[in-house]
Structures are given as C-alpha cells and as structure tokens.
Write a protein that binds this ligand. Sequence first.
Ligand code: SF4
Ligand code: MG
Length: 275
Amino acid sequence: MQNSAEKYLRTEKLPHIWCPGCGNGIVLGAMVRAFEKLGCDQDNTVIVSGIGCSSRAAGYMDFNTLHTTHGRALAFATGIKLARPEITVFVIMGDGDSSSIGGNHLIHAARRNIDLTAVIFNNSIYGMTGGQYSPLTPTGSRATTAPYSTIERPFDLPDLARAAGATYVARSTSYHAAMLTKLITAGATHKGFSLIEAITACPVSFGRRNKMGDGYDMLMWQKEHAVPVEKAKDKTPEEMRGKFLIGELYKTEAPEYTDLYNQLIRKSQMISREE
Ligand code: SF4
Ligand code: MG
C-alpha cells in the first residue's frame, strides 16, 4: 500500500533543490500530512505557487500544479476557483512573494473571502533571489540589501490578513510541524479565505548573515520564541516581548466570494429572461 508521501509527492522529482538545514521540506511534509487527513482527491485539488525557494514545493506535489509568476499566485488561484468553485485550491507563497510583490493580491483575496487556502512559508528573507530583506524580515536583521541592518518594521502577516477580511488566520513553525498540519487541515476545511503562516528556517540566506547558527539552531530559536495562543493569555506584555503567537489566531464566518458570484450570475440570467 502507498504511504501518503508516495501518494501525494512526485517522488521521481526528488531529491529536492533545498539547502541542507532548510525548513521548507518540513513545511512540505506538514502539507502532505494535511492532504492525507483531508483525503485530497488529486484530480480535484490544485496547488498554485509563486516564485522563490518555497514555491518550488508545488513541483514536488502530485496534483494539478501551477508554478506561476512572482507575486501572482493568488491571481492565478482566483481564476481557477472562479472557473471551478468545486475544486480545492492551495496557494504556496514565500514572505516576499506574498507580502511585497503580491501584497495587493493578498489583501484583495482576503477582502473577497474567496475559498482558497494560502500557506505562507516565512523564512524572513528572499532566499532564492539573493538574500534581500522582505516586508516580514524582523527589524535589525542583516540582508544583502541591509548590510547595516534593517530599519523597517515588519508586517504581522496574520494581523494584516485579518484586517483585510480573511476569515481563517493561523500561524505555526517548522519546529511545531504537527500543529502546522492541524492548522492547514482546518484552514482547508474552512469555507472562505484561509491564511496559514509557517515560520521556517533559511540557514543559508538569513541565518548565516544573522549569526543564528545552522538549521537545528534555527529550529530551537522557533521553539523558544513561539508562544501558543492559549499560553499567551497568562503572560505579561514584558514576557511576550520578542515572542510571537502560534495557533489558530482568528476564525469567523462570512459570505464566500464564488458563492456570491454564482448567485449574481443566476440573478442576472433571471433578469435577462424576464426582459
Ligand atoms: Fe532554504 Fe534558504 Fe536554501 Fe532557499 S536559500 S533553499 S530558503 S536554506
Ligand atoms: Mg522568503
């Protein structure tokens, strides 16, 4: 019998291109376990990705996959979902891809509450394109474009998505991989726009410049700095300084975009028949 990795991965494409210690494979593994829990039908599931190290993950997944242009994964995914609303669509993006080049697509996909599940691999840097800082790079970090450290404040991506209208928002890390699977599964089951941020390690482009050690050390950093939402309730602002929340951060119900769109089509057809 096939295991979930054999079923959902294009094993003939392996080994993958990621550097030793990279967290992308852990996030990919969490997604595969979510596909298994969801019982994803390979013919009726689409994975769309943008550009960057993390977006290469789509190529390893055995579904209908699209490796699209930088920042435009959500635009492609929106088109697919509008044409075939019954299809399950996952969107893989990196931090730069989703919040800078594709930032406008992100806020409008969230505002529309279109039923897509976006998994953001946040490694705090543009890894593949040369180590530039992104809108999610922590203040004070070094990057090729910030040799004396960044002075910009990063977005809190879950807060941004929630404010823009996303109805399911969550965050985990590659250290907390089991939680990540749970959140991706819940996000995919939720009807509406779901965003799951996966904090992951890039020891080569980010860790090396910021003296964070190797892949293992960066996983330990995630363990020490992530605070589950339930535990954060008992912590003081002082104890939370420099830490970040993980878990299900926000969930609500709102009309979904393709449902509204199809209602509008039916309404317009009725009006034109009456005329
Ligand atoms: Fe992973 Fe960073 Fe290497 Fe890209 S550059 S594969 S994110 S370790
Ligand atoms: Mg990145």
